[in-house]
Design a binder for this molecule. Structure first.
Ligand code: SF4
Length: 370
């Protein structure tokens, strides 16, 4: 059966004027009227050496980002006529990512372990990346399906209610990652992206677990990818500033989670420090410096309307108003959630109604993707 019958909203959502307006560049890439950002980045020549220090490479990355933004103003015809350079913005970013891997700071846990030398941080992901599955996903938000979804094993969070606990954390300390997932190098990842694109994917959707510990592999795979397809980052979004700088110009569409409206709830349920500060910082960056084509996923948790849902919606309305929000009612007490009475049930109909009404009152666009 065609996915259009399975998901009629994948067509009807585009009739919504705000969806059309806010996701216009994404739509144009799908229709092949515009070029994906990573392909434009490949045309930017960059002068650097493998042995350059982190500080020098970071400086060059900043310069390339400025040049990249200037390129975005050029006509599509001009951009199409540009040639791919051997040493370009992507190769620079991939080189810097490898350097960071020697003292990993991809996420704000900042473990500073040398993953190339076999050390492991909180996420327990080694130097290589491991994929659990890759397929055309028909269950994502209306405007994203069918989505070419690539699931990575492992996560940098420790959520007690995780619904993907088998790939995110339940294996930790019990089994080696190589026993449960398939190692994928950058070429493998690029081949997977091409296969998904040929099957009809509208985007390449990096998810997990979480994709953050695999930044180096994902960026390096962009060197091998050639297809004009949207790159989509689907993540808990606990990226460090350095990690986000590596990809901010290459990602066309952002799909960040925003679970907690304060630092304390994040500490209680996900073993995370400074969650709210970091999430809001990163969201402001992609809204101001990145593509600004964003769907924020907010998972409504029982008994967390006042402390989490409402502050999150207030922040979105005030600080990142171009974002569309998926208000998710899928929470269920999985994994270790039964140990916490207050979250050991599904959100009630009344709680879901209250959150949606609050979002509407703030003028947030949520209905076409929720
Ligand atoms: S990705 Fe995050 S959790 Fe994993 S080793 Fe790096 S800093 Fe630590």
């Amino acid at each position: 059966m065609s996915f259009r019958f399975l998901r009629p909203d994948s067509q009807s959502a585009w009739k919504h004027p705000e969806v059309k307006k806010r996701f216009s560049r994404y739509r144009d890439i799908i229709d092949d009227n515009r070029i994906a950002r990573y392909l434009i980045a490949k045309t930017l020549e960059c002068d650097f050496e493998q042995h350059n220090s982190i500080e020098i490479l970071e400086e060059k990355l900043k310069e390339q980002s400025v040049s990249f933004k200037a390129l975005l103003d050029k006509s599509e015809q001009e951009l199409k006529s540009r040639k791919i350079k051997d040493k370009n913005y992507i190769t620079l970013s991939a080189t810097l990512a490898r350097k960071y891997l020697e003292q990993c700071i991809f996420c704000e846990r900042r473990c500073e372990v040398n993953r190339i030398d076999g050390e492991k941080g909180y996420c327990l992901i080694p130097e290589s990346s491991y994929i659990t599955s890759a397929f055309l996903h028909h269950g994502e938000e209306s405007v994203l399906v069918p989505s070419g979804t690539i699931f990575f094993q492992g996560c940098n969070f420790g959520c007690v209610f995780c619904q993907n606990y088998d790939i995110s954390q339940a294996w930790k300390g019990k089994r080696d990652i190589s026993e449960i997932a398939k190692e994928a190098d950058p070429q493998d990842l690029a081949d997977t992206a091409e296969r998904l694109s040929n099957k009809g994917a509208l985007n390449i959707n990096y998810v997990g677990g979480d994709p953050i510990p695999n930044l180096h592999t994902i960026i390096a795979s962009l060197e091998y990818q050639k297809i004009n397809i949207c790159q989509l980052w689907n993540s808990n979004f606990f990226l460090s500033e350095e990690g986000l700088s590596l990809i901010i110009d290459f990602i066309d569409f952002w799909l960040p989670d925003f679970k907690y409206g304060n630092n304390e709830c994040a500490k209680n349920y996900s073993e995370i420090e400074n969650y709210y500060d970091i999430l809001t910082r990163n969201l402001k960056r992609i809204h101001e410096e990145g593509s600004a084509e964003i769907i924020i996923r907010h998972l409504v948790m029982p008994n967390h309307i006042e402390c989490c849902s409402k502050p999150i919606l207030d922040f979105i309305a005030e600080q990142v108003p171009k974002c569309v929000v998926n208000i998710m009612g899928q929470y269920r007490p999985e994994y270790h959630a039964y140990k916490f009475d207050e979250i050991n049930r599904r959100p009630s109909t009344e709680e879901m109604r209250e959150v949606k009404e609050y979002a509407s009152k703030l003028g947030i666009v949520w209905e076409p993707v929720s």
